[in-house]
Design a protein around this ligand. Structure first.
Ligand SMILES: Nc1ncnc2c1ncn2[C@@H]1O[C@H](COP(=O)(O)OP(=O)(O)OP(=O)(O)O)[C@@H](O)[C@H]1O
Length: 219
């Protein structure tokens, strides 16, 4: 569903992604881990078509959606209008199934997005992505700036959509515990290069991964 082959992306003369190859099959949830500056958002934005590869290819089957880093809502528009913008491509106007999924959004519908808390804004970004009825979702740092309970709540929604609708997910994260809890496989990106990949159960036991992302070995 998501296929990246030998991807190189540059900002001017600086190369941010160097020969990245990765794939996410239909219905899979796969994590991409990496520290600050690794190139995670560059990959997300290339998948979203916002950045052009210098070479290589990116392909997403079906209908893709992105939850961007920092949410990128329209702060002066209401929650309902932000959701409606998510539906422009699918032609969907009615947010009721999104409200069923995230009832708090129905309560917030008339509020301006810019005055909401970080967690509430992330719910709007999540709901906006769902308005496009995606087959494949790229999530750029679900947990960024959120309380653990809010992150756990949104993660449970993602897992539920993956189970019930077969939603394909590429979860881009710095929070390895969250990624390993949710996903079966992960890639690790550092300084624009993939340094390792494999089943989360194996990566969690890899001393290099544990020391970089989990604060030491985990039992
Ligand atoms: N618009 C830009 N112009 C020039 N360089 C950029 C631009 N955006 C990102 N970079 C550089 O590309 C590299 C990758 O940045 P990117 O934002 O993709 O990393 P990231 O893994 O998402 O980091 P973070 O976790 O801090 O958000 C960094 O060295 C960054 O400084």
């Amino acid at each position: 569903m998501i296929d990246v082959q030998d991807l190189v992306v540059s900002y001017g003369t600086a190369t941010a992604l160097e020969h990245i190859t990765l794939a996410v099959a239909e219905g899979e949830m796969v994590a991409l881990l990496g520290p600050n500056g690794a190139g995670k958002s560059t990959l997300a934005n290339t998948l979203a078509g916002l950045l052009k590869p210098a070479s290589g290819t990116v392909r997403i089957g079906g209908r893709p959606a992105l939850i961007p880093e920092g949410r990128q809502l329209f702060p002066d528009l209401s929650v309902a209008d932000n959701l409606a913008l998510g539906g422009w491509r699918s032609g969907r106007r009615d947010p009721s199934t999104v409200y069923d999924l995230l009832p708090r959004l129905a309560e917030l519908a008339g509020r301006k997005a810019g005055v909401l808390s970080g967690g509430e804004q992330q719910m709007v970004a999540f709901g906006r992505a769902m308005m496009s009825e995606p087959d494949a979702l790229v999530v750029d740092e679900l947990s960024l700036g959120l309380a653990p309970t809010v992150t756990a709540d949104l993660a449970a929604h993602l897992a539920g959509l993956n189970r019930s609708r077969g939603l394909t997910v590429l979860l881009i994260e710095q929070n390895a515990r969250l990624a390993f809890d949710l996903c079966d496989r992960a890639y690790v990106l550092e300084s624009g290069r993939l340094v390792t990949e494999g089943p989360c159960s194996e990566l969690a036991g890899d001393p290099r991964v544990a020391s970089a992302y989990l604060g030491g070995a985990i039992s």
